[in-house]
Design a protein around this ligand. Structure first.
Ligand code: NAD
Ligand code: TYD
Length: 348
């Protein structure tokens, strides 16, 4: 099987690429990534020479490039993760999200539709999405596969739009697809603009921890390797034209999460208990800030037997350990040195 993974140099994509390269030596894993600020080939240094892995530098907003790529390689499956993924950036520049998340996804769908129709039907287009498409919950209730879409941020609106296009290509053109909507991921290799890695970096550097508003917002957190395991399972055993909700059964208010992180960091860094908490600063809230996300992941649990493998405390400790061991990674990402790495490794 030739599997095309888009966005494989990013946070979740790199964990998925590594998992599939190791678990399926009989597959060839093609990683297509534009290497935006969020894409980093250092994430995949350990598999870059694997015989069943190749990297393709390319941009999904370029339709002609995708048509050519699908003409050259007979992909049996696509797992589509490439996206602009940060809510705050979407507030500053919505159009970048329209280009990659909406137009990029439709370009990929078009390439798959054209080439897969010519070459047979045993294919699968797997679109990776987010729980944020469902909008915001109050104090109670859970999102599930049947919750109506109600996106509030430009990011979630662009992901909702791409989900709708995938479904429409299934209904209209018979494209075999599957979608999963997952809650907030955390773990190694996450770009330090998202809450957990940003706060780890700031604690390390004794900088302010900027909590939006009162910090009473709630997210459901899942360890990234558990998400990669769920994607592997859905890709192989999920039903066509279906959606799967994926979540950690693990809700935390932001402030409680930050307190736990501060305690772990103080203990790992040998600092006095409570010293990192002193860095917390409540700042101006994010516009349109969704109050609460929580996923009911019981379908994937019941039908495919998936469940998270680590508790939040375990996962957060592993994450902190990784960042403390990989301060060079953090510095390279911040400095943009990984661009140089790419040039050294691949030229151009
Ligand atoms: P990320 O920002 O870490 O990585 C995105 C990757 O896509 C990067 O490697 C980037 O270079 C690449 N990319 C961006 N624009 C591209 C383009 N035009 N062409 C080709 N490649 C491009 O994102 P992530 O957190 O790993 O998220 C991956 C996917 O999972 C996204 O679709 C996101 O919406 C979804 N998701 C993320 C989370 C989360 O908590 N991070 C939760 C649920 C779903
Ligand atoms: P984030 O990691 O950006 O993920 P998302 O917005 O997609 O859920 O943010 C997680 C939560 O943390 C969210 O409620 C916003 C909040 N947050 C802060 O309070 N301060 C910050 O600096 C960031 C980045 C996020």
């Amino acid at each position: 099987m030739n599997i095309l993974i888009t966005g494989g140099a990013g946070f979740i994509g790199s964990h998925l690429v590594r998992r599939l390269v190791h678990r399926y030596p009989e597959y060839h894993i093609h990683n297509l990534d534009a290497l935006t600020y969020a894409g980093n080939l250092e994430n995949l240094k350990d598999v870059e020479n694997a015989p069943n892995y190749s990297f393709i530098k390319g941009d999904i907003t370029q339709a002609a490039f995708l048509e050519k790529l699908f003409g050259q390689t007979n992909f049996d499956g696509v797992i589509h993760l490439a996206a602009e993924s940060h809510v705050d950036r979407s507030i500053a520049d919505p159009m970048a999200f329209v280009r990659t998340n909406v137009i990029g996804t439709v370009n990929l769908l078009n390439a798959a539709k054209t080439f897969w129709r010519k070459h047979g039907e045993h294919r699968r287009f797997y679109h990776i999405s987010t729980d944020e498409v469902y909008g915001s919950l109050g104090e109670t209730g859970l999102f599930s596969e049947t919750t109506a879409y109600d996106p509030n941020s430009p990011y979630s609106a662009s992901k909702a739009s791409s989900d709708h296009f995938v479904r429409a290509y299934g209904e209209t053109y018979g494209l075999p697809y599957v979608i999963s909507n997952c809650s907030n991921n955390y773990g190694p290799n996450q770009f330090p603009e998202k809450l957990i890695p940003l706060f780890i970096r700031n604690i390390l550097e004794n900088r302010e921890l900027p909590v939006y508003g009162d910090g009473n917002y709630t997210r459901d957190w899942l360890y990234v390797k558990d998400h990669a395991a769920a994607i592997d399972l859905v890709f192989h055993q999920g039903a066509n034209q279906k959606t799967y909700a994926i979540g950690g059964f693990n809700e935390w208010k932001n402030l409680a999460l930050v307190h736990l992180l501060c305690d772990i960091m103080d203990s790992k860094l040998g600092r006095a208990t409570g010293s990192s908490k002193e860095l917390i600063a409540h700042i101006k809230d994010r516009p349109g800030h969704d109050f609460r996300y929580a996923m009911d992941a019981s379908r994937i649990n019941r039908e495919l037997g998936w469940e998270p493998s680590v508790t939040f405390e375990e996962g957060l400790e592993k994450t902190v350990d990784w960042y403390l061991k990989n301060t060079a990674w953090l510095q390279n990402v911040i400095n943009g040195n990984y661009q140089r790495y790419y040039k050294e490794q691949y030229g151009g």
